[in-house]
Design a protein around this ligand. Structure first.
Ligand SMILES: NC(=O)c1ccc[n+]([C@@H]2O[C@H](COP(=O)([O-])OP(=O)(O)OC[C@H]3O[C@@H](n4cnc5c(N)ncnc54)[C@H](O)[C@@H]3O)[C@@H](O)[C@H]2O)c1
Ligand SMILES: O=P(O)(O)OC[C@@H](O)[C@@H](O)[C@H](O)[C@H](O)CO
Length: 384
């Protein structure tokens, strides 16, 4: 049986990527720092993926186990030595922290194993695997750096499945939406995994996903948060929020259609399908999860700022994206370390400096001015 080593036994790890490997007859070793999850994986050796539908269908996931990367380094290195795939779903900010251990695993592996290793970061970030590769290479000695070409293949990917926070403390089971899409960029044949779609150019897929699913999600989360809505589906019941999502996705859509020569009707259907996915009340997806890590989400290459900048470059509207950015700057969840940090930064440095430092926006640019105007409008009047 082939092996897949997956870093991050969280929602996407167990509910999507690990599950697909298991269903494709791979043995799956999850690597995580959460002791309770690792212990349960090793004692139960199985869990259920539950579909967020009226029927709540169950899929049993087997051949799974776990390792703690902080406490079981040697075992992780040994597993990397014999795995076919090494995947992650851990959050883009965590990739630099797991890279040293992966580098150790690769260093040992290439000494004895000539089989190719396939590395895929499954994160909501453009070129996440390229970033992971750079972090890993920084941790390799010169000799290993010379031999990894051809022995380790780093493949970028786009992952799409809504997996909310789980409200089942003590259980490994994961509630997921039925829809999923996993697109991997590869220019040669790679070992097959059920549900993995191979493309030669990922750019249109990842941009379409990030700037539709994740931009739309962010708009609902940040406006929902401002209007005291607990969940995404509840926020979408508010017509002003629903209208704002449509208006913002019309802006990202205009950019995507122009940039990738998409069919406008098909893209509109894609948008409608995604908004229907957001309405799934079985998911009970809280706005604080979807809005989490606002500093990351406000980054220059992420779901809000990048499409606004791209739209501006080609003279397309970004009025509603500017509103979304302004609402993200108001996200003040006290349980979210990045939200807390962002609010302190705004207080101490001012909005213009934060837009420059966090979003990479020029202090005097038109987009900065638009965001500041919207930010102030929200401060004085919450319904906009
Ligand atoms: N949940 C979704 O709907 C969804 C969909 C598509 C993509 N994603 C992306 O997948 C990634 C993971 O998201 P998630 O929702 O599964 O998050 P999650 O918080 O449920 O899972 C992350 C896991 O990583 C583990 N972890 C954190 N730091 C670690 C470390 N240093 N070493 C080992 N393990 C560590 C955590 O313990 C946790 O189990 C993110 O990049 C996210 O954007 C999520
Ligand atoms: O995971 P994040 O924090 O980048 O974004 C939050 C949600 O938008 C995201 O997890 C979606 O549920 C997911 O990307 C759907 O495929």
């Amino acid at each position: 049986m082939n092996l897949a080593v997956h870093f991050g036994a969280g929602n996407i790890g167990r509910g999507f990527i690990g599950a697909l490997f298991s269903q494709s007859d791979y043995q799956v070793i999850f690597v995580d720092i959460a002791d309770d999850i690792i212990q349960q994986l090793n004692s139960k050796k199985r869990y259920n993926v539950k579909l967020a539908t009226d029927g709540q269908e169950n899929i049993t996931i087997e051949n799974v186990s776990g390792l703690n990367n902080m406490k079981q380094e040697e075992q992780v290195i040994e597993a990397i030595g014999r795995t076919t795939y090494l995947t992650t779903a851990i959050g883009p900010n965590i990739l630099p922290h797991i890279a040293p251990l992966i580098a150790k695993g690769i260093t040992e592996r290439v000494k004895t194993n000539s089989e190719r290793l396939y590395v895929i970061a499954c994160e909501n970030q453009i070129s996440a695997t390229d970033f992971l590769k750079d972090y890993i290479v920084e941790n390799l000695d010169e000799e290993t750096k010379k031999v990894i070409d051809g022995k380790v293949l780093f493949l970028n990917s786009a992952v799409d499945r809504i997996v909310p926070m789980q409200h089942n403390q003590g259980s490994l089971d994961v509630l997921v939406e039925p829809y999923y899409e996993w697109v991997v960029e590869a220019r040669e044949e790679i070992p097959s995994v059920e549900g993995m779609k191979i493309v030669s150019d990922l750019a249109p897929y990842i941009e379409r996903k990030l700037f539709t699913v994740n931009t739309g999600h962010a708009v609902i989360a940040y406006l929902g948060y401002l209007k005291n809505k607990a969940t995404i589906h509840e926020a979408l019941n508010d017509n002003t929020i629903l209208e704002q999502v449509h208006a913002t996705l019309a802006e990202t859509g205009a950019y995507l259609i122009k940039r990738y020569n998409l069919d406008a009707t098909e893209h509109q259907q894609y948008i409608e399908k995604i908004i229907e996915r957001f309405k799934n009340a079985h998911l009970n997806d809280v706005v604080t999860r979807v809005g989490r890590s606002p500093i990351r989400k406000l980054g220059p290459n992420d779901r809000l700022v990048r499409p606004a900048l791209e739209a501006a470059k080609v003279n397309l509207s970004y009025v509603n994206l500017a509103k979304a950015i302004a609402s993200a700057l108001h996200f003040n969840d006290e349980n979210d370390p990045e939200a807390v940090k962002l609010q302190i930064m705004i207080k101490e440095k001012g909005l213009q400096a934060v837009l420059n430092e966090v979003c990479g926006l020029d202090k005097n640019s038109e987009i900065t001015q638009k965001i500041i105007r919207n930010y102030k409008a929200i401060s004085v009047k919450e319904d906009f």
